[in-house]
Design a protein around this ligand. Structure first.
Ligand SMILES: [Fe+2]
Ligand SMILES: [Fe+2]
Length: 223
């Protein structure tokens, strides 16, 4: 039986794995990848499917995949999507003998395992929702210290982002991402130097969901 997002949110193993991974990332000065990021990806993935009229079951699967998408960082950043998918196989295994996985839950594993495959089309709508939940989490609060934005070009973009909002129009089939960027920290050009692959990936995810992707920075339309 498929677990609910509440089962996963309260799962001690998941809390431990995400907490440990985030602790390791903090030690090496890498941005926040713990429960806050997991929750953001989960909430946004579920919200996208809800607004587009998907079933509650599909929303639940997207929320679960969103919450677990980076759990593989507990093992290593390299290959974390695939290791996380294998970990999820175990975490979502129903208790008891002779358990058979259903095709529904395969979509959760696939969404986790493919969420960094930027050169490919998302395999399923659940995967597309998780990509949007994950890749739109750009916010200065993910940095560890006040001056961390000076560390590298990626941190500069994250440190400059003061707000990230997503809007969905089911009627017009449009998904709109609005970012507020502090251009004293990062210019628009610098943003695109680093985040163009990410924006292209969001476009693919929106297209998979049958929508166009609109992207604004500080009120100006770029996509
Ligand atoms: Fe990831
Ligand atoms: Fe992530």
């Amino acid at each position: 039986m498929i677990k609910t997002i509440d089962d996963i949110l309260n799962n001690r193993e998941v809390i431990t794995y995400l907490g440990y991974a985030d602790h390791i990332f903090e030690m090496v000065g890498y941005k926040e990848h713990g429960i806050r990021h997991a929750k953001h990806a989960s909430d946004r993935a579920g919200y996208v499917l809800k607004e587009l009229g998907y079933t509650v079951k599909q929303q639940n699967l997207a929320r679960i995949a969103g919450y677990l998408h980076d759990v593989g960082n507990m093992i290593s950043r390299t290959g974390h999507a695939q290791s996380g998918a294998v970990m999820a196989l175990d975490l979502l295994r129903a208790e008891g003998k002779n358990i058979k996985y259903t095709s529904d839950i395969f979509e959760v594993f696939g969404a986790i395992g493919s969420h960094e495959d930027k050169s490919m089309q998302p395999p399923t709508d659940i995967a597309a929702a998780v990509i949007l939940g994950d890749k739109t989490d750009v916010h200065f609060e993910r940095l560890r210290t006040e001056n961390q934005y000076l560390k590298d070009a990626h941190s500069k973009v994250v440190g400059a982002c003061e707000n990230s909002e997503i809007q969905i129009s089911r009627e017009d089939k449009e998904i709109t991402l609005q970012l507020a960027i502090n251009t004293k920290i990062c210019s628009i050009m610098e943003y695109f130097e680093i985040f163009t692959p990410r924006m292209n990936y969001c476009t693919k995810a929106c297209n998979k969901l049958g929508c166009n992707f609109n992207f604004y920075i500080n009120g100006d339309k770029f996509i």
